[in-house]
Write a protein that binds this ligand. Structure first.
Ligand SMILES: C[S@@+](CC[C@H](N)C(=O)[O-])C[C@H]1O[C@@H](n2cnc3c(N)ncnc32)[C@H](O)[C@@H]1O
Length: 283
């Protein structure tokens, strides 16, 4: 995990509810709560502070001196426009009808929202970074509460602060239809605004054979791994995949179970790695 030093505070002139929520976030994340007394820049100038988690009346953000990160509908409108032909949906639900997904690497919950919206699936998202888990929970709650096109989808998502490997180990075999893995790949992706703040808090553990095996044990139908376009898995991972769905900027590698595995084409041959382009909504 990154060593970013984060403190929790509020916007200026907070009400009691914001102070209480900021204290709650600080306690959950084992971070200091710093009452807000002046401009945010004063806090960020402190030598022992890299980022401030700010609880405001209408949203929660993670800030550094230049960027702010929050969880919101993001590129959902664009993804929704692509419809069922989106490569992500073709990977997760090639035959339609997946009603529940365990997203083992929740991040900013964009994939979780996509699945909850397009498939009307119930999604549980695991996030090992306590700060990002709080941010996701706050953003999704806000979306669900304020209405709007993706409110129902946001309400279908449950956020859990958990390390994926440990959480998966405690689940029964085949207990989720689909498990999604989208770890932080080491190749830097030039991200959208706020990405640098995100990267500083995210857990950047690579995809390991043990994690993939743990996901495959829990998935009744399939595991989907999201990877940079053209990613060639190392040999100890490559043999496990049955399908690769290509997107414009991302590939989706799938481990199938049961009948779908028998029908699936042989494992794709690795091919030379190309530097990924920026993520796009239809990636
Ligand atoms: C590439 S991001 C996922 C983005 C996400 N799919 C989205 O749509 O916003 C990876 C996220 O998974 C988290 N993560 C990485 N390894 C993890 C693990 N072993 N258990 C739980 N979360 C993990 C990181 O902290 C990061 O937030």
């Amino acid at each position: 995990m990154s060593g970013a030093r984060v403190v929790v505070s509020t916007a200026r002139d907070p009400g009691p509810a914001q102070v209480e929520r900021a204290r709650e976030v600080a306690a959950q994340c084992l971070l200091p709560f710093v009452p807000r007394r002046g401009p945010l820049s004063e806090l960020l100038e402190r030598e022992d502070v890299d980022l401030v988690y700010v609880v405001d009346r209408d949203r929660e953000t993670l800030r550094d001196t230049t960027e702010r990160l929050s969880v919101h509908e993001g590129l959902m409108k664009l993804r929704a426009k692509v419809g069922p032909e989106h490569p992500f949906l073709r990977a997760v639900a090639p035959d339609g009808g997946v009603d529940a997904v365990l997203d083992a690497t929740l991040g900013l919950a964009q994939d979780a929202l996509h699945l909850a919206h397009a498939l009307e699936a119930r999604v549980t998202g695991l996030e090992a970074s306590p700060v990002l888990a709080c941010l996701a929970q706050a953003g999704l709650r806000r979306m669900a509460a304020t209405g709007g096109r993706f409110a129902d989808a946001a309400a279908r998502i449950t956020v859990r602060r958990a390390e994926a490997g440990r959480h998966l180990a405690g689940l029964a075999p085949g207990s989720w239809p689909v498990v999604l893995l989208d770890p932080m790949f080491t190749t830097p992706l030039r991200g959208p605004p706020g990405y640098e703040v995100f990267r500083r808090c995210a857990v950047d553990a690579p995809l390991t054979p043990a994690l993939l095996a743990a996901a495959a044990r829990v998935a009744a139908r399939r595991v989907v791994v999201k990877a940079p376009v053209g990613w060639a898995p190392p040999p100890d991972l490559a043999e496990r995949f049955h399908r690769r769905i290509r997107g414009k900027a991302l590939d989706y590698l799938v481990v199938e179970h049961g009948a779908a595995a028998e029908d699936a084409a042989p494992a794709p041959k690795p091919y030379p790695y190309r530097q990924p382009r920026r993520r796009t909504p239809d990636g």
